[in-house]
Design a protein around this ligand. Structure first.
Ligand code: FES
Length: 575
């Protein structure tokens, strides 16, 4: 570890510690806010990047949690300043929060760079906020610690635990089949989200919060604490204390985010049966850290690591149960022989020290490696002539009969086309058909919306069908399930082979062999390609136009080309 910094080495010293005209202005403006020399000067300035907003239920508590962080920073001799950042509430932000993940990453990076900050506390948890915060912090490179918002309490309906998203999809299907009344549906609406905090299944939020802990970016155990548990504000205070020391130690993200740390995170992802969305985010974070990581690494690791967390949508329980069962520390301890325990973390200690002594208290929630929920392949990466650069699937969440299947395609040009067709009672479709949705990718969506769990056609639902093979270049919510093949790269909008699929074409999916094949001759595909025309762009101005021009494909992590790489950005001039 680097030697401790001196006060004059602090980044904020350039703003506050020198004696010139500009620093006079900086100090006088702090004094204008009621601070004096006892509050600032020769102290690490800690930026608390808070994604709280009035329209983000997952982060409702982060407004007061920031005060817990400040308390910790003050106790440790730092000077806390809170800066708001884009909130990205998954349920409300349209067309997709994924359109704005990079916006948040850019905002975080520039907030940290442009202000006199020595360290950062990143507060988030709702799906895209975690990667957005972390990507920005990696690119800026000052010491940073992540505070996961934590999952909300279990949902409840007539004594049944309800899981965010997963049970909505399940019961919506039953409502479409006529098995759930309007009154029952209304009761569920009032019972599924009982407290602040993120979705409490192993969706994208819980997956990304856990991955952040496995990477070493949170205090030990932080990602599993329910948002409403008093352990949560205590963790926030501790993170506030710790970041001050991290600044003195110059413990920057590049010292934590190594290839071994990313391998640990992917292993944890597999053991959790985590969200497919995490692949895009982890690839993007690794690339920000200057590391090479591709989708095949996920497939390699998924073959080595079984699913041992029995959490919906792949399993039975919810995140609150996971916490009581010992949480992520206990799960990582169960995996200890598979992890690189020497990886450095924000505690300044190795991962192995952080999980030392952790125990599993409920073995049906966190299974032993010797008795997994699913032996291997939580996430499968398939390739073939339909997805030359890969696509992903979560076999654990699909009906087994569909893991090896050949059937005719029913192709939809875009989301609206699909949404109209699936409600038709005379749609020519059977349970053996393979539904194909085009133009749901990073450029085509645009923003790669979570349309990948295509609704089962109404007439099949009424006939009792609950799963079908579905293929798209979009994503699906981490709370979703079913035989959905996602992230097809290259996407159809840029002329990927998915664009050439026509209704009636035979498609073959072989998950054990990791293969996806469109049974159409090369000559016919060439003929279709020559006739193919790219749809017009949705956005011709503003952020959307910039997004469409610079967004990368799913296998590259969907980062902007100008953010993912390039020479280091210089520190701002202070004049
Ligand atoms: Fe925020 Fe699911 S809606 S985590």
């Amino acid at each position: 570890m680097s030697s401790r910094k001196r006060p004059e080495d602090l980044r904020s010293h350039r703003w506050l510690g020198v004696s010139d005209l500009r620093s006079f202005g900086h100090r006088s403006r702090l004094r204008q806010m009621g601070y004096d020399g006892a509050d600032f000067g020769a102290k690490p300035v800690i930026g608390i990047i808070n994604t709280w907003s009035d329209i983000n239920a997952c982060h409702a508590h982060l407004r007061s949690r920031a005060e817990d962080v400040k308390r910790g920073v003050l106790q440790a001799g730092g000077f806390p300043v809170e800066l708001p950042a884009m909130s990205l509430a998954e349920p409300f932000v349209k067309p997709s929060t994924m359109l704005y993940r990079n916006f948040l990453a850019m905002e975080v990076e520039e907030l940290l760079r442009s202000h006199p900050l020595d360290g950062a506390v990143l507060m988030g948890g709702c799906d895209k906020t975690t990667p957005g915060l972390i990507m920005g912090a990696i690119s800026m490179g000052i010491p940073a610690i992540y505070i996961p918002a934590g999952p909300m309490l279990r949902g409840n309906w007539r004594g049944e635990p309800l899981g965010s998203g997963s049970d909505v999809w399940k019961y919506w299907m039953e409502k479409r089949a006529g098995n759930i009344t309007d009154e029952q549906w209304n009761e569920m609406e009032g019972g599924i989200a009982r407290s602040f905090g993120t979705c409490m299944v192993m969706g994208t939020a819980a997956t990304m919060m856990s991955i952040s802990e496995a990477l070493g970016l949170t205090l030990p155990g932080a990602s599993s604490i329910p948002a409403a548990d008093s352990n949560h504000p205590r963790m926030c205070g501790a993170a506030g204390r710790r970041i001050v020391d991290m600044v003195w130690e110059d413990l920057t993200p590049d010292k934590i985010l190594t290839t071994a740390a990313f391998d640990n995170a992917i292993k944890v992802h597999m053991a959790l049966g985590g969200s497919t969305n995490a692949i895009v985010h982890v690839v993007a974070m690794a690339r920000r850290a200057g590391l090479k990581l591709d989708m095949q690494r996920f497939d390699e690791i998924s073959r080595q690591i079984p699913v041992i967390a029995n959490i919906r949508p792949s399993g039975k329980y919810l995140m609150e149960d996971f916490f009581y069962a010992g949480g992520l520390r206990a799960l990582m301890r169960e995996l200890k022989d598979k992890l690189d325990l020497s990886c450095l973390t924000v505690t300044g200690k190795a991962l192995g020290e952080n999980i030392d002594g952790a125990e599993v208290f409920q073995h049906d929630v966190i299974h032993p490696l010797s008795d997994p929920i699913y032996a291997e392949g939580a996430t499968a990466v398939l390739t073939g002539n339909l997805a030359p650069r890969g696509c992903v699937m979560k076999p654990a969440a699909a009906e087994k009969r569909l893991l090896k299947h050949r059937g005719p395609a029913i192709a939809f040009d875009d989301y609206n086309h699909m949404a109209r067709e699936v409600e038709r009672d005379d749609l020519d479709v059977t349970a053996d058909h393979i539904m194909v949705l085009k133009n749901a990718g990073p450029k085509g969506g645009p923003g790669m919306p979570e349309w990948g769990m295509l609704p089962i056609p109404a007439k099949l639902i009424k006939a009792g069908v609950r799963d079908m093979l579905r293929i798209s270049d979009g994503r699906m919510s981490g709370t979703s399930y079913g035989a959905c093949i996602l992230h097809v790269a290259p996407e159809s909008y840029v002329g990927g082979p998915l664009a050439l699929v026509q209704t009636g074409d035979e498609i073959e999916v072989d998950v054990p062999a990791r293969r996806i094949h469109l049974h159409v001759t090369d000559a016919e595909l060439a003929r279709r390609r020559a006739a193919w025309k790219q749809p017009p762009p949705r956005y011709t101005r503003g952020y959307g136009a910039m997004f469409s021009q610079h967004i990368g494909q799913a296998d590259e992590g969907c980062d902007f080309d100008f953010l993912a790489a390039g020479a280091p950005t210089p520190e701002p001039e202070i004049h």
